[in-house]
Design a protein around this ligand. Structure first.
Ligand code: TEU
Length: 571
């Protein structure tokens, strides 16, 4: 595989509304991000993906864009953005913008003009269809946030438009070459400003299975999950290949696709040598356990499911490309709260989980606050939810017959708001995020969990992330940890995530993610490079050939037996 400049880097996702508020209005902003670049640099971050900060009515927190060529005044100005790009570059850091082009906002001028004249140029930018006289819509697809994907077109009660997400997020019609040109112009315009590339939102949804038709209903509402349609959509490659050739390739853009539901044999097309994108997230564990009935019917997955999913993904990708590895983002609960049982929701548990995913082959992403061990927040009533997705899921649970208490429990566990509470900078007023009341309340646990405290302590979660990043970049181990083969080890042991990374070194990652100890026969001598329970360990040699892992202990070992063969099978 051809090596790329970004392979040995570490990426970090910023959710701008909740990162750092510089002007005291309760909402994070670009100057706030600039003020924390040194914090990120010191952690070891190279690439920063910023969730949407374009002008937006914020129906879906910025994933509904009303102007692609500006930033929202609540985040700052284009001068601030240019300054951010410059300041990042000065620190050898790279900015990725979020490219949200499956849909725009219903307040975008394209949609306004489409409503004025549905048969004109801009009407063709969207999927606008006639309703039949009885109000029937073209098909029974369900939108991601609940209800039909079809909504009456404002001002035209006989017509409707398609929205896979919220009704304020009308889908752009990618079949129209003029729409695609608009998208490419946006990409070029931002690349010209000096960003390194994009994270690409909901991109699999751009290709619809046409003509519109019904699929088997999945719930009592008579509607089908959108994935039923996506399974039948063919030919997305024509759009994505064109976008790569026309817009990304000339700028050598770094592109990370948010890809769900790709077909199994399409991986190479997506992120192989001449793939549509540089990389895409491995979401195998995100979709695991999900039910089309709604969150209430999801199976909460544990460490062993997580292992099975990511190991399968690692084997599937092999040397074909480079996945982007995540355990958190703005659409997910906090990983510590989701994957770790109560007993493991400690600093040891969080570090152990960090080790388990961070050394997988691929580009590691950290979501803001993950590096200090932030957890889910507490909701006491449905009125406290801000996210449209969570509110929708709460009602789905109620409609399915759950009590209010049960529905609250489900919504609280999965709520996207969990990841969106303000970054916890210190133990003071509003966790140091803002002088004003934040747009979403801070997690009460900021007294204990905050960046100030974390950065001061050498045995903190933050310090452990720092070590992980540094080790992956260490010239001694980089070859192996970045490009080395991935090989599962001790696969049948429960609660243990273990794998080898092999190239010029033989490294073994052992993450004992459970409350019981685990004894492991290594079969050769080793030295400990990293230990989550003992932060001061540096290259400690062990002469034993086995290791007794404590509960929630994670270690990274270098196997040093002179006779050790590269292909020696561990476990
Ligand atoms: O998410 C899109 C998306 O595909 C997920 O909601 C996905 O359907 C689900 O997690 C599968 O389990 C992106 C953004 O990340 C999200 O914040 C936006 O709400 C959405 O697109 C619409 O822009």
């Amino acid at each position: 595989m051809i090596r790329k400049w970004w392979h040995d880097k570490t990426a970090y996702q910023i959710y701008p509304k909740s990162f750092c508020d510089s002007n005291g209005d309760g909402v994070g902003d670009i100057q706030g991000i600039i003020s924390r670049l040194d914090y990120l640099k010191s952690l070891g971050v190279d690439i920063i993906w910023i969730s949407p900060c374009y002008p937006s009515p914020w129906a879906d927190q910025g994933y509904d864009i009303s102007d692609y060529y500006n930033v929202d005044p609540r985040f700052g100005t284009m001068d601030d953005m240019d300054q951010l790009i410059r300041e990042a570059r000065r620190r050898d850091m790279y900015i990725l913008m979020d490219l949200v082009v499956n849909h725009c906002s219903d307040e975008h001028e394209w949609f306004r003009k489409a409503c004025e004249d549905p048969d004109g140029k801009f009407g063709k930018y969207f999927y606008i269809e006639d309703m039949d006289p009885s109000g029937g819509v073209p098909c029974n697809w369900r939108s991601a946030f609940g209800g039909s994907v079809w909504e009456p077109l404002p001002g035209h009660p006989d017509k409707c438009y398609l929205h896979i997400f919220h009704k304020k997020q009308p889908d752009l019609n990618w079949e129209n070459p003029e729409v695609r040109e608009e998208v490419y112009d946006i990409i070029k315009w931002w690349m010209e400003r000096g960003i390194a590339g994009f994270r690409i939102d909901a991109i699999i949804d751009i290709k619809k299975a046409l003509p519109f038709r019904d699929y088997e209903a999945g719930r009592d509402d008579g509607l089908c999950d959108i994935s039923a349609m996506l399974e039948n959509a063919e030919g997305i490659g024509e759009f994505l290949g064109e976008m790569r050739d026309v817009a990304f390739a000339p700028y050598k853009a770094l592109t990370i696709g948010e890809v769900f539901n790709e077909k199994y044999d399409e991986l190479e097309d997506f992120i192989g040598e001449n793939g549509y994108f540089s990389s895409m997230f491995d979401f195998s564990h995100v979709v695991e356990g999900q039910s089309r009935l709604g969150c209430y019917a999801h199976r909460r997955i544990g460490v062993d499911d997580y292992k099975r999913c990511v190991f399968a993904a690692q084997k599937r990708i092999g040397d074909t490309g480079f996945f982007s590895n995540v355990i958190e983002n703005h659409d997910r609960p906090r990983a510590a709260s989701y994957y770790l049982p109560e007993s493991g929701r400690t600093e040891a548990g969080k570090k152990c989980l960090a080790l388990a995913y961070f050394m997988l082959r691929g580009l590691p992403f950290i979501y803001q606050g993950q590096e200090i061990g932030m957890e889910n927040t507490v909701f006491s009533s449905p009125y406290e939810f801000d996210d449209i997705g969570t509110i929708g899921e709460y009602h789905v649970s109620i409609d399915a017959g759950l009590s209010e208490e049960e529905a609250m429990k489900v919504a609280s566990l999965y709520s996207r708001d969990n990841a969106r509470t303000p970054m916890q900078w210190n133990d003071g007023h509003n966790a140091g995020f803002s002088e004003a009341d934040p747009w979403l309340p801070v997690n009460p646990n900021h007294k204990l969990i905050n960046a100030n405290e974390q950065t001061e302590r050498s045995d903190s979660v933050y310090s452990f992330y720092r070590q992980l990043i540094a080790l992956r970049k260490d010239p001694e181990y980089r070859e192996t940890l970045v490009w080395g083969d991935f090989e599962p080890a001790y696969e049948d042991r429960e609660g243990l995530i273990a794998y080898c990374r092999r190239a010029d070194r033989n490294l073994l990652i052992l993450a004992n993610l459970k409350s019981e100890p685990e004894k492991i026969d290594i079969g050769c001598e080793y030295r400990i490079l990293l230990d989550n329970l003992d932060p001061v360990i540096t290259h400690k040699d062990e002469t034993q050939r086995s290791i007794q892992l404590q509960a929630w202990q994670g270690v990274l070992l270098e196997l040093i037996h002179p006779a050790f063969e590269k292909k020696h099978k561990i476990g």
